[in-house]
Write a protein that binds this ligand. Structure first.
Ligand code: 2AM
Length: 179
């Protein structure tokens, strides 16, 4: 592999099959009203820190940053559906952002910044995108969202832009501490 190849990467939470299935079902239901393009079940995730293009030789630094983060596992409850008209995105969110999630996202973003990686300046908004190009002017179907997600690890992901949408590859997984 040529050393100067760029890798488009980000840190994320990646759900287990059963949790991904519930997000997928919520996307399926919303799609009936809002249309757009559904995210494929195997690609559903929550971004903790978006980094963008990095050269291959800096991937080891990212692995080092992840390994230096020692934080406890936490549980999330996704109970909000939101359509962001400006970006035509429909996503699932949590009305209470657990301190564990905030701590993890903050730790990663701060360490990335300290190591001179480019990170997002926009405030962290915990969400799982379910539809792109959604018609947010349409009414959502009735029904509440309630997805419980026990978070026990986080991942570094490479995004490969393909004609059929982004393809993601989990490069490595780091466990969170469980007591
Ligand atoms: P989104 O779902 O709200 O678009 C991979 O692109 C992941 O990184 C997506 O979850 C995306 O969020 C997130 N992301 C955050 N900032 C991004 C950026 N500047 N460009 C592309 N994706 C970004």
């Amino acid at each position: 592999m040529p050393q100067d190849r760029q890798h488009r990467v980000f840190f994320a939470l990646w759900p287990e099959d059963e949790v991904a299935r519930q997000f997928d079902e919520a996307g399926h239901l919303a799609h009936r009203s809002l249309g757009g393009r559904r995210m494929r079940r195997e690609t559903l995730h929550l971004t903790l820190a978006f980094i963008g293009d990095v050269p291959a030789e800096r991937l080891a630094e990212l692995r080092g940053i992840a390994s230096s983060v020692r934080l406890p596992a936490f549980d999330l409850l996704f109970d909000r559906r939101h359509c962001l008209a400006r970006r035509k995105l429909f996503w699932a969110a949590a009305s209470i952002v657990s301190p564990g999630l905030r701590e993890l996202a903050t730790a990663l973003n701060e360490r990335l910044k300290a190591a001179d990686f480019r990170t997002e300046d926009r405030p962290f908004a915990a969400h799982v995108t379910l539809l792109r190009h959604a018609r947010c002017d349409k009414a959502l179907p009735a029904g509440d969202l309630r997805i419980e997600w026990p978070v026990r690890d986080f991942v570094l992901v490479e995004s490969e832009l393909r004609p059929e949408g982004a393809g993601y590859r989990v490069l490595q997984r780091w466990p969170l501490d469980q007591t």
